[in-house]
Write a protein that binds this ligand. Structure first.
Ligand code: GDP
Ligand code: MN
Length: 390
């Protein structure tokens, strides 16, 4: 799960990391009022969207008057933000952060990431922070310090101090940065983060160290133990079909192709997508209805697949175990009657109660004219690719 910068600032501030004060507004008028209320000569207005690269896209603006605050907010709320992280259609901006601007002497990068290759958490830091950090990582990787955090002890104070010194900091600033690293690393573990990044961590002209942007991502599977994070969830940038699927406990990810698949089991779903590809098709989604799916969940799955306008065919590939084939057949028949199959549907069933399921489908054939059965997965993929192209 992702959260917005204003939420991340709140959490990091609570964790004891120095963050300039800020507020959130949703209209240009509110931005003007906030500017006046804050009473600071220079403030910064920033789009609150999950994508990064806002600075380069013109969605982070320093403002020096209430009028400028209004203008900047008006621009951001009425133009879609297009950055390297958004895709060409960009995203709409609904919320803005308005914060005390800081006078920057230098921009640093600090971050922690769940590193699957290392089976641990990698702590990263660089004296070359700011909007070019991706280029630094690519062209000049030695400018980024990397340390694997100990899995049980966590980041140790001497390691944090060494990293801060490695960033070129000295004296009080090195001590504060080491403290930020320790606090961020504890936050990472406590909140089950997958990414916790401060970019930039700045040194101000008055010698203070402060976090002025933060990106926090959390492990979805740990959400049950973080009610405070659940309350921060914002689905407005998530595909509505994915939100619906999550509510029905379905593992659904929308993709670019036109052949929908409904499968039980993540591994089977992956191989089904591969076999569709092998026969020249492109999957419209990944959908694992799970081992213990009930009839309602399966029907909702069909509704979700059918409401994707790009879908030109559905491949149902079920290996009946706990989720019996007859239950899937029943859901399929009911979904067909309720929603109507506007596209070809090819069904391949194997496993528990398969005979019964085949009989049910054969009996319902009159109601489901676009339905075909397949003998195996290759046959199924071949048939659905041909039917969708017809
Ligand atoms: P991002 O581009 O989405 O990562 O947004 P950031 O919040 O990191 O802002 C991008 C850049 O804007 C920063 O790297 C800074 O150079 C600049 N910036 C952001 N806030 C301030 C501020 O308070 N004062 C100054 N002088 N620059 C800022
Ligand atoms: Mn940033």
């Amino acid at each position: 799960m992702k959260i917005h910068e204003y939420q991340a600032r709140e959490l990091l501030s609570k964790a004891g990391i120095p963050v300039p004060p800020a507020g959130v507004v949703e209209t240009a008028d509110a931005a003007r009022d906030a500017f006046i209320r804050n009473g600071l000569p220079v403030q910064v207005i920033k789009a609150q969207v999950f994508a990064g690269g806002r600075g380069k896209a013109g969605f982070v603006k320093l403002v020096k008057s209430a009028d400028e605050a209004y203008q900047a907010a008006h621009f951001m709320l009425n133009n879609r933000m297009i950055s390297v992280q958004t895709g060409p259609e960009g995203i709409a901006v609904k919320k803005l952060l308005i914060a005390a601007a800081v006078d920057i002497a230098h921009e640093y990068y600090v971050g922690l990431v769940l590193d699957r290759a290392k089976s641990g958490v990698t702590v990263m830091a660089s004296a070359e922070g700011g909007v070019e950090i991706e280029t630094v990582a690519e062209k000049n990787p030695e400018a980024i310090i990397r340390r694997t955090m100990h899995p049980t002890i966590g980041l140790m104070p001497f390691e944090a101090r060494n990293i801060a010194l490695g960033m070129g900091l000295t004296g009080k600033q090195a001590a504060v940065t080491a403290d930020v690293l320790l606090k961020l690393s504890r936050f990472f573990v406590q909140y089950d983060c997958s990414i916790a990044e401060i970019n930039p961590l700045v040194l101000t002209k008055t010698g203070e160290i402060m976090a002025i942007d933060a990106k926090l991502n959390f492990d979805d599977n740990a959400m049950f133990r973080h009610p405070d994070l659940q309350a921060m969830k914002d689905d407005t940038e998530t595909d509505p079909l994915e939100v619906r699927a999550a509510a029905a406990n379905l593992n659904y990810i929308k993709l670019d192709g036109d052949i929908a698949c409904l499968v039980n089991g993540a591994g089977l779903a992956m191989s089904t997508m591969d076999v569709i590809g092998l026969h020249g098709g492109k999957p419209a989604n990944f959908l694992d209805v799970g081992g213990g799916v009930k009839k309602e969940g399966a029907i909702e799955a069909f509704r979700i697949l059918l409401s994707d306008k790009k879908v030109r065919g559905i491949l149902v590939n079920i290996f009946g175990g706990i989720a019996r084939c007859d239950l899937i057949a029943e859901a399929l028949i009911q979904a067909g009657k309720e929603v109507g199959f506007r596209v070809p549907v090819v069904v391949r069933l194997e496993g528990t109660n398969v005979e019964k399921a085949r009989e049910m489908l054969a009996a319902a054939r009159g109601d489901l004219p676009t339905l075909q059965s397949a003998t195996d997965l290759n046959d199924a993929a071949r048939k659905i690719v041909a039917a969708a192209a017809a």
